[in-house]
Write a new protein. Sequence first.
Length: 799
Amino acid sequence: MTTKLFGTRVQRVEDQRFLRGQGRYVDDIDAGPHTLHAAVLRSPHAHAKVLEVHVDDVLDLEGVHAVWTYEDLADLSAPMADPLPLLIPHPTLTHARTQYALANGEVNYVGEAIAFVVADDRYVAEDAVGRIRVDYEVLPPVVGIEAARSATALVHEDVPGNVGARMEQSNGDAPAAIAGAPHVLTLDLTVERSACQPMEGRGTVARWDRDIDRLTVWSSTQTSTGVRAAIAVKLGLDLGQVDVVTPDVGGGFGVKINHPWPEELLVPLAARLLGRPVKFVEDRREHFISSAHERGQVHHVEVGFDDDGRLLGLDVEFWHDHGAYTPYGLIVPIITSTQLLGPYKPGAYRVRFESLFTNTVMVTPYRGAGRPQGCFVMERTMDAIAAYLGKDRADVRALNFIQPDEFPYDQGLIFQDGRALEYDSGDYPASLEKLKALVGWEEFPAFKAEMAAQGRQVGIGLACYVEGTGVGPYEGAHVHIETTGKVKVATGLTTQGQGHATVFAQIAADVLGVPLADVQVVTGDTRRMPYAVGTFASRAAVMSGSAIHLAATRAREKVLRIAADALEASEDDLEITDGVVSVKGAPASSIALGTIAVLSNPLRYAFDEQSKMATQFSVGDPGKPPVAEDDEPGLEGKDFYSPERATFASGMHAVIVETDPLTAEIKILKYAVVHDCGHLINPMIVEGQIHGGVAQGVGGALYERMAYDESGQLLNASFMDFLMPYVTEVPTSIDIDHLETPSPLNPLGIKGAGEAGVIPSAAVFAAAISDAEGFSITSMPISPSELFALRRLHQEEPS
Ligand code: MCN
């Protein structure tokens, strides 16, 4: 192999297209003439009985082709009238609830779909929605964790206490360890509800081809195979009748994982029944009120520790607001409950949580998925211990780290994939040393004093985390070397901006010895790769990266078998350089990959040494079989990768902030990251992921929250009111250093990286602001006005 692309900062091959405005998103799909457009009537109430939906005069409106309510779905297609399926069941989820594609007699959050209209264009469809009248009986709403716990009203009549699930895990006897500890602290910590905001909303286009009874669906999704399966089941079709194509996706961040969404089913149903293509793309308000949220959790911590700050026992109880339905089961709180331990050995540990119904839009995992909350809990606890003992915050952390020689390290808990929570590798002490150097930890006290002398207030914080990445069950890849010598790589998972077309090409090009430009990557197209899981949980690099490596290796083995035969050489003596196989030390004895692809063709070609071309046998010439007896024709390799368990990436962030003594404005002076995702396929792309994650984390820490009023109305459901950081609010430069502790679990030693930037944000900002202000921040996000109010409180009652 002469190319060595793995590990290098290759420019993203997809960016030319995006920069030239040639991206192709769902709304750009032209599914054919006469495409119809859909709009949805959504509930204006957080909790109500739907007594009657009046649609009588809607069809009179010119250009309206269909208007459906729940009753119509039962008539149109029986499975469509069933509640939508639960994506991830869990035995402790005693009261699972999923919504109907259109509300069946009641609505449980503002934004729940009640009626679906299909019309000539979106304008007419929206007008038609405006004509629908609904008789409601408004019920008392349950908004927020406190209201859910008080249970003065119930979201679902048959769910006592609004508790969907209670779960407990432990390792050792935490209450006893805490009771016997020299020092005990308690903390109450809150993270508010928020949500991701991909630039492109959710969208679906569907076309039914009557001649071949086949549905083609274009979906802005993170899981094309999940969309396909849901459509097939709900529309009573065979899987083979449904193709799902994922074009460019303008961000997903978790919200576009299919569980499925009502419109993903209603649009294909309409296309099939009306015999015309149908399109739906949600608008921003719909994204706010009827897509998904996350993060909302309240935590109570008791921790026992010794004089040095060593953890002896940790007891965490928390309450998770999962909204009106539980399509994901308990995935978010389970992740919090296990991964809050981060890189530490907690002594004895107990975690308990209740997952609560509220009359708000449901929760699906949002980048980080429960880890930002867990990291906030653990890191505030570490800071509290350090403050109590008067010790350096970094030293207390280092004392509690799992050591490099202790891997694999079993935390004695069950991970979200149902397997033991076992960390595969890492070097946390080395990461901490790097981070301290990068941010200037030791020099900071002098800087702080210098700033104080100028009347300026600065603070520093650090936060550590681990992230279980690359979860199974599997991902596959198909590598095809064409007769042109170019390579096509297909993998079933989708891509939303992570640069997969580049990194996957890097892996395949290295194995096959071809230039990067000769590799084309296709993702998320069920026609090319019908079996796949999807892009979430920082799994693509590990899962599809490994599958592509395996599939390309298979293709390479076949290349070498055929080349050895053609060149009359031993396979061991061959090398592949720039798409040409040659005998080592005898470059004239060579054959191009494209020619090998021709030779693998069942029409039986032979290699002509002189012209270096494949020539076809003449009729009657028995020739030699072009491929070994057990080889299939064609120059392809296909394989699936299924990991033994998740691999644990890790990292640490530090931030220096300045808080204005007068206005309480919070400014970022320095942001540093040390990250370990095993072997880096493309350091530039990983750094881009970290930059994006940090920007999103700044939003979550300082600006973004879902502001519901008591009646369950979302008060900030637009970009006028929901604050996102602009480029002026995110750090202009982020200092990043990598550590590469390879994972022993996959062939390339990779760990995931896609969520890392966002996980420690709430924790690290809370730490730095606390350090600047001299009192502890226990609830995030925090705005200047809240900081201002806290200052007043602490001046009145100094802590
Ligand atoms: N990578 C690498 N070397 C490694 C690990 C990763 O070069 N050792 C590269 C990967 O090849 C990939 C990227 O870094 O190009 C992220 O890899 P990975 O950690 O496998 O994450 P996924 O590709 O599975 O992406 C999912 C992850 C998640 S869970 C969310 S949420 C998220 C994120 O990615 N959503 C995103 N990053 C996003 N970035 C964009 N632009 N848009 C989103 O919606």
